[in-house]
Design a protein around this ligand. Structure first.
Ligand code: ZN
Ligand code: ZN
Length: 187
């Protein structure tokens, strides 16, 4: 996911410490590797965030709501996965001046971007943050419904919409083999 709409200018916000700014975005998202998870056609994510400036960066709090189109692991049909999550995170200044007594700047402390989000000049880029939060929020098992019956492994019928006769035959056939085998072993 890499959307220019998710880069937010915070120059004004950063001028005054502990000032706040509300950000509301309605946007289509594509996330994951090569954007495999997408907002269903014609729908958008609602992103509402409160940005707050701090001496060392910008705090970001708010909610992300929307739907991601996924494929059910059991029946392989596409379905819309509801996502509704809250965000509370921080964008750090990439380097912080370390003040000595008398207000002299001793050195610049570099902040690693590996375990925190970094301010990019006058901007925060919400792309990575949204990607991380959304990927974590998606369930490990993708199911159109917790009661999804899946497809028949033999004939491919979607058992949510219709039934087939082969399931019983299949089990019977296997039991028959087992019975023969047990008979042989016993005799
Ligand atoms: Zn399903
Ligand atoms: Zn079947």
């Amino acid at each position: 996911m890499d959307s220019k709409d998710l880069k937010i200018n915070v120059a004004k916000l950063m001028k005054t410490c502990f000032s706040q700014e509300e950000v509301s975005l309605q946007i289509r998202l594509a996330l994951g590797e090569e954007g495999i998870y997408e907002t269903p056609e014609g729908r958008e994510f609602m992103i509402r965030l409160l940005l707050e400036s701090a001496p060392d960066g910008v705090r970001v709090r708010g909610t992300i709501k929307g739907e991601i189109q996924m494929e059910c692991d059991r029946c392989l049909e596409p379905y819309d996965q509801r996502v509704d999550l809250s965000v509370d995170d921080f964008f750090c200044q990439p380097s912080l001046p370390l003040m000595m007594e008398g207000g002299e700047i001793e050195e610049q402390v570099e902040i690693s971007g590996e375990d925190s989000y970094l301010l990019e000049g006058d901007h925060i880029d919400l792309n990575n943050l949204l990607n991380d939060y959304l990927i974590l929020a998606l369930p490990i098992k993708h199911l159109c419904d917790s009661e999804c019956k899946g497809i028949c492994s033999r004939c491919g019928t979607n058992l949510n919409f219709s039934s087939c006769d082969c399931r019983d035959d299949y089990i019977d056939a296997r039991l028959e083999k087992l019975k023969q085998w047990l008979d042989q072993e016993g005799g």
